[in-house]
Design a protein around this ligand. Structure first.
Ligand code: AMP
Ligand code: ZN
Length: 474
């Protein structure tokens, strides 16, 4: 039985969907004002594993993902400027062009990571009517109120708002204090915007629509409630997001949705931990924000990045280093070699049992809150096992329906040849190792790997390869 850790109950729970055999999955998408990076890659590979696991266990999945192209301000608590309008100023383009450009970039990056496209991709700006209707319902039911600048959700009307996901209302008061100082007319510091009016600091806002409360644009949170209701229904089986959404975005989604419908909004909340780089938070100032193309430009297969993500459980932080990515690329290459060229065999009864055992172990790992490190460990048990090559191949390909590493395909990209400078570095490294200068040899290995090649030492010598194909023995 599939169990998922539900961030709301803070327990692993057996997954039981609202409608037997079906699973409605909603994933908060990206705010498309900048490039998607490898942190986003980790986040959405995590969702992809969830979706593929649900399919493996026989559920008919409806996967919906929003694209935030309006209303998300610099801070999640309605502070600062609209990220889209700021992004447009920075790029010297209009907001619509910026949204289109970065949405394309986002999905191109996700394709490189073999992430299945959601069944429904919905843009906030294409669903303004749904958002206005939902806000009107909330206001009618007495949970919303209008001020000269916005329509707010009144959190004091929603029972236990301050307890959702264990957030502390007192902390949120501090977090939004600046807004109180800017003269907001809102009643409580944690009240959040449902509709921004095109007045005051937003008088020149480029994206705006007519509404019962005047021209303006929706707040960020309302889009997810409105679009999930439209495409999945009032109750979603699984809603995913990053851990950054635990404090503001998701409590707000719950409050406004349940206020409007009087029904449970989400049955299982799944939250993904962050990717850090070289032990630090990714940031422009540290220059450690990499895109999937950056990884490719260094000669790595983008699916090695996917493999790397799977080495950690989705609820644990993961530290990206180029060395770790090289190790992932090596592992992926070995998996591909293991299954290439295996012929067909007939299984004896004993081998059949072995195969079933491996399959059971793999499923058990997934059932345990999507434990991908354990699932990968089963893959390697299969590789090292004594079952015939053809059956190894079949099993690994079966597992790959969930892992999505494309092991049955050729690498998507690789350097076409080991270049002269790599050959020179390799020769130098071999010499240093002969002289027992291992530290210097290691730094040369790193230099080679930074150029996108994989170095492997074995009793027969050293090989350097790009992907699984191009090998040079020294
Ligand atoms: P954004 O629209 O950029 O705020 O991010 C879209 C999603 O990506 C959010 O759910 C974030 O939680 C997630 N995200 C952003 N940065 C990272 C990161 N470094 N690691 C994992 N997830 C991230
Ligand atoms: Zn959302």
């Amino acid at each position: 039985m599939l169990t998922l850790y539900n961030s709301l109950s803070k327990k692993k729970e057996v997954f039981k969907p609202l409608h037997p055999g079906k699973a409605g999955l909603y994933t908060c998408g990206m705010t498309v004002y900048d490039f998607a990076h490898i942190g986003h890659g980790r986040r959405y590979v995590g969702d992809d594993i969830l979706r593929r696991t649900l399919a493996r266990f026989g559920y008919e999945v409806t996967h919906v993902q929003n694209v935030t192209d309006v209303g998300h301000l610099s801070s999640d608590s309605d502070e600062g400027d609209d990220k889209m309008e700021k992004g447009a100023q920075k790029a010297g383009k209009n907001v619509w062009e910026v949204a289109e450009y970065y949405t394309k970039h986002f999905y191109d990056s996700m394709d490189l990571l073999n992430i299945l496209r959601p069944h429904v991709v919905c843009r906030a700006t294409d669903h303004i009517t749904e958002q206005i209707d939902l806000i009107a319902k909330i206001v009618d039911k007495g949970y919303g109120y209008e001020t000269p600048e916005a329509v707010y959700f009144d959190v004091s009307k929603f029972p236990n708002y301050d307890k959702l996901f264990g957030q502390k209302l007192a902390d949120k008061r501090i977090a939004v204090r600046e807004e109180v100082e800017t003269g907001s007319h809102k009643r409580h510091a944690a009240d959040f915007v449902l509709w921004f009016k095109r007045v005051g600091r937003f008088a020149g806002h480029v994206m705006y629509w007519a509404s019962p409360w005047g021209d303006g644009f929706p707040g960020w949170h309302i889009e997810c409630s409105a679009m999930s209701m439209r495409y999945i229904g009032d109750t979603i089986d699984i809603h995913t997001g990053g851990i950054d959404h635990l404090s503001v975005h998701h409590p707000n989604e719950i409050a406004q949705s349940e206020a409007a419908t009087g029904k449970q909004f989400v049955r299982y909340w799944v939250h993904h931990a962050f990717l850090i780089v070289d032990g630090k938070k990714m940031s422009k100032s540290l220059g450690n924000i990499y895109t999937v193309e950056d990884v490719k430009k260094k000669g790595f297969d983008s699916l090695a990045l996917r493999y790397f993500y799977l080495t950690a459980h989705y609820r644990k932080p993961l530290n990206f280093t180029w060395e770790a990515l090289s190790a992932a690329q090596r592992a992926l290459g070995q998996l591909r070699s293991c299954i290439s060229g295996a012929g067909r065999t007939t299984l004896s009864r004993e081998k059949l049992e072995n195969v079933d055992n491996f399959r059971r172990k793999f499923d058990t790992a997934l059932e345990d809150d999507l434990n991908t490190p354990n699932a990968l460990a089963v893959v390697w048990e299969v590789v090292k096992s004594s079952i015939p090559p053809a059956d190894k191949r079949d099993l690994i390909l079966d597992f790959d329906d969930v892992l999505g590493l494309g092991v049955g395909q050729q690498p998507r990209e690789h350097k076409t040849k080991v270049t002269r400078d790599i050959q020179d570095l390799l020769a130098k490294r071999v010499q240093l190792r002969k002289e027992n200068k291992f530290e210097e040899a290691d730094s040369i290995r790193k230099a080679i790997e930074d150029k996108g090649f994989v170095v492997e030492d074995s009793p027969k010598g050293t090989t350097v390869s790009a992907g699984a194909q191009h090998r040079l023995r020294s």
